[in-house]
Design a binder for this molecule. Structure first.
Ligand SMILES: [Cu+2]
Length: 377
């Protein structure tokens, strides 16, 4: 009798286990997978790139060749660098051999000088293997995600030593693996939409590194709201734009650019105010005067714009969409406000087909070329 008694209990326990794991099988399994999270691995190099701020050679907003106003910034000359500058940019590779760059798909052609998008869902872990192919130290410092000191990517006196400092500065030719966790506090807050924007950038010498061009976006989607690639399921099209007066006078490549591009480098006077102004590239994703490609959306689709600013005190930007409106922070608008390192999300359901201006509304920045176009088909 005694030996038989536990059996009904055992059966009941087994039934309960079957009920919990079997009956709710799919749901419980998925929830389990989500909470375990994916590990999202990226192989990203800091590469030296000759970057063209206006590859068409035209002002695509006016539809005309460059005139005097544009040539202040884009014309090469005896003592002018022109529209092409050496920069350091983050570029994605297929694997840890860093021999094959990942071609940028058409949907992301608009990223321009920005590094690749790093998508993640709350619960995931991001691993970035950074290879420094440039002649200057570089690092990768993320906003928003959870990291320990070895994955902060910023050297300063924080009381740490040894391996804790490994990610502070990756020397030329070196590599480092950054591990960033994505807990709830890295994901959308209660009144955010289903995904939020963070950024990553080099932070060995923060000012020089970002003027060199080492910046990129991180997009974190709410738990349970992500497609397998990490993008939000309730969004059809994601676009990322960064507004920055890319001050090439402050780039660590200035000397190199002066040696390379002016036809009479010895005539360059670095303190000439006109020379200084000629190197202030008022750019969206590294493009001026309408040269930013690929901002194509369709009427009625759910478009999410991720918008950020970088730079210094001149970098107060007011991105403005012609033709359509957006919802940002729960409010209807067609203009956002950006300061350096501000990150914003704006949702648009385009209802007005056509090719429309998308530009910074600051008067001085309009004159200097901080203009793009987007097309609703
Ligand atoms: Cu602006």
């Amino acid at each position: 009798m005694r030996a038989a008694r536990p059996r009904p209990r055992l059966l009941a326990l087994l039934a309960l286990v079957v009920l919990l794991t079997g009956c709710g099988g799919d749901g419980a399994g998925q929830a389990g997978a989500e909470s375990a999270g994916r590990v999202r691995v990226h192989y990203i190099a800091a590469d030296e790139v000759a970057w063209d701020y206006a590859p068409s050679g035209w002002n695509l907003v006016t539809g005309r060749p460059f005139g005097d106003a544009e040539n202040t910034y884009v014309a090469r000359g005896p003592d002018r660098i022109g529209r092409v500058y050496r920069k350091s940019l983050f570029r994605e590779y297929t694997d840890g051999t860093f021999t094959t760059p990942v071609p940028r798909p058409a949907a992301w052609a608009h990223l321009g000088l920005l590094g690749p998008v790093i998508h993640a869902e709350v619960g995931d872990t991001i691993r970035v293997v950074l290879a420094n192919h440039t002649r200057l130290p570089a690092s990768m410092h993320p906003h928003g995600v959870l990291y320990d000191k070895a994955s902060e990517g910023a050297p300063y006196d924080d009381g740490t030593t040894g391996t804790d400092r490994a990610g502070d500065s990756v020397p030329p030719g070196g590599t480092h693996t950054y591990v960033w966790r994505v807990p709830e506090r890295a994901g959308p807050g209660p009144t955010d939409p289903s995904s939020v924007l963070w950024m990553y950038h080099s932070h060995v010498d923060e000012v020089a590194d970002t003027y060199a061009g080492l910046m990129g976006p991180i997009i974190v989607t709410r738990r349970g709201m992500a497609r397998p690639d990490g993008s939000p399921r309730d969004v059809d099209r994601e676009l990322v734009t960064m507004f920055m007066v890319s001050d090439e006078n402050r780039s660590p490549w200035l000397d190199d650019n002066i040696r390379t591009y002016p036809s009479s480098p010895q005539t360059v006077r670095r303190d000439d105010p006109d020379f200084v102004e000629s190197n202030k590239m008022h750019a969206i994703n590294g493009y001026v005067f309408g040269n930013l490609p690929g901002l194509d959306v369709r009427r009625g689709e759910r478009v999410r714009w991720y918008v950020m600013g970088m730079g210094t005190e001149v970098d107060l930007h007011t991105p403005h969409w012609h033709g359509n409106t957006v919802l940002a922070a729960g409010m209807r608008t067609d203009v956002l406000s950006l300061l350096p390192a501000t990150m914003a999300v704006a949702d648009m359901t385009p209802d007005d087909p056509g090719t429309w201006l998308y530009h910074c509304h600051v008067a001085d920045h309009i004159s200097a070329g901080m203009l793009a176009r987007y097309t609703v088909r």
